[in-house]
Design a protein around this ligand. Structure first.
Ligand code: TYD
Ligand code: MG
Length: 465
């Protein structure tokens, strides 16, 4: 009799353990080990009789290469993130928190493709046919010719997909609900998710359909992580946003057929997701330009410029350890900038609470935001509003110097397009006027910027900034 007929699989990283423990040794997550039947594991070499291999033909790196055949999803922001449309014969994972709008987005794409005369199959494992129909009616898509099925068994799904001509797009919502007969474990476990995904990906390659798998990702990793699927599929998109804001970002984190730094911006409305072709206008929409502590950052997301307001509040603290709270930016980076302001510009922030917020709920990762953050901090401390028609970008080094960043021309162009007339940018010299009616002011050290802001500050008695 075979021993070890069960094993414990981490639902976060997929690592297998012989014994249960509270914490996965591989990824360090807690409470993620779930018992699964060892028979459901792929058969390992020793258990199966090896068959003699067959040599395959080797080819050269150069040769006739084709651009991947793409089909437009009719949702331009989705196409952009995929690198120009869905690729035939590829598998795409769309992940995101529950309720963020994955089903809505994919139903809209499915209907769009169907309206363009393509064959589309939408398999819902989570919602009943009536629920999907209700949503389609609400989105005004009920007349689209989408083949709809509510099914969770992979064998049944594959049998359905293999009848008739292959579909151009297959949407599986969601991968966590699927189960296959070939495996004993419960739906949603790593083995089931992995086996089901494998079968559907094989179908994509064989039939030439673009297969989109939806996967829920929860913060605490309770539901089987579609992370195990991430390296099986050709592209992984994450749909993100937060409950308090209407806009949603679609971000590529892996793409075998295109760039991974593109984002798509959507707005959730009562008529479903609306594409936002000009995100800067959205993020700057409710700006109070004359408030102290606000600076507009000319940022980049992939190849696309986005202007966003950075808000800072510096206030005397009553606490022994003053608060440092950051939303939408890296808190280590904030500490660094505070240290540089202290060491090189003589600003004493040690006894102040500092709050930093990126407006609209956007998350910025670019170091180019340093200069805008510093300007917002100094402006709040000096209680002096910055020029409302200026944008800021530049990276701050530990020495207090301001370093150049990439894509300067694109940032300036976007700022000019939105009616800004000044840009505070890295570099030496006096700057100048560029063709778009934007004046560029060059700063090469943080102390120059601080001095310029302080010079505009209203004078108060008994206060030194
Ligand atoms: P859904 O697509 O079901 O999310 P997911 O598939 O990622 O779990 O979207 C659910 C949310 O979207 C729900 O909270 C309601 C909201 N919503 C709208 O605001 N407007 C709409 O037109 C639709 C269809 C949904
Ligand atoms: Mg859903």
């Amino acid at each position: 009799m075979a021993r070890n007929s069960t094993k414990f699989v981490c639902q976060n990283c997929g690592a297998q353990h012989v014994r249960w423990s509270g914490r996965c040794d591989n990824c360090g997550e807690w409470n993620t080990l779930v018992e699964e039947d060892a028979a459901s594991a792929p058969v390992s070499g020793s258990q199966r009789k090896a068959r003699p291999g067959r040599p395959v033909a080797l080819s050269a790196l150069s040769g006739e290469e084709d651009q991947p055949p793409r089909v437009s999803s009719q949702v331009l922001e989705l196409d952009r993130v995929c690198g120009g449309g869905l690729v035939r014969g590829s598998a795409l994972l769309v992940g995101g928190d529950p309720g963020i709008g994955k089903s809505t987005l994919l139903l809209q794409a499915a209907a769009g493709l169907a309206n363009a005369g393509r064959k589309v199959v939408y398999v819902s494992g989570e919602e009943a046919i009536d629920q999907v129909r209700l949503r389609a009616t609400r989105l005004g898509l009920a007349r689209s010719n989408v083949g709809l099925a509510a099914e969770t068994n992979v064998e049944n799904i594959l049998a359905t997909l293999e009848t008739g001509t292959p579909a151009d797009l297959v949407v599986i919502d969601s991968i966590q609900t699927l189960w296959t007969d070939s495996i004993e474990s419960a739906p949603g476990t790593v083995s089931q998710v992995r086996a089901s995904a494998q079968m559907l990906i094989r179908h994509a390659k064989r039939s030439g359909s673009a297969v989109v798998l939806v996967g829920h990702v929860t913060k605490d990793g309770q539901i089987a992580g579609p992370r195990v699927v991430e390296h099986m599929v050709d592209a992984v998109l994450y749909f993100e946003g937060d409950g308090a804001h209407q806009f949603r970002l679609l971000r590529a984190v892996k793409n075998r057929f295109g760039p991974t730094d593109e984002i798509g911006v959507f707005e959730m409305s009562d008529m479903g997701l609306r594409e936002v072709p000009n995100p800067s206008a959205l993020f700057l929409g409710e700006r109070d330009a004359w408030a102290p502590g606000a600076a507009v950052f000319a940022g980049m997301e992939g190849t696309r410029p986005i202007l966003v307001e950075i808000q800072a509040l510096v206030a005397p603290s009553t606490l022994a350890t003053p608060r440092r709270a950051v939303v939408g930016w890296d808190s280590n980076r904030l500490s660094m900038i505070l240290a540089v302001l202290d060491a090189h510009c003589g600003l004493k922030l040690g006894a102040q609470d500092v709050y930093l917020n990126v407006a609209g709920g956007l998350r910025i990762v670019e170091p180019a935001a340093d200069l805008a953050v510093a300007a917002a901090l100094v402006s709040s401390m000096a209680r002096s509003a910055l020029q409302p028609d200026a944008v800021y970008f530049g990276e701050i080094s530990l020495s207090g110097a301001i370093r150049p960043v990439g894509h300067e021309a694109t940032r300036l162009k976007e700022a000019a397009k939105l009616g800004f007339t000044q840009a505070i940018a890295p570099g030496a010299g006096t700057g100048g006027q560029d063709g778009e009616g934007l004046r560029t002011r060059r700063v090469d050290s943080l102390s120059t910027l601080v001095a310029a802001i302080a010079a505009n500050a209203p004078k108060r008695e008994g206060e030194d900034t």
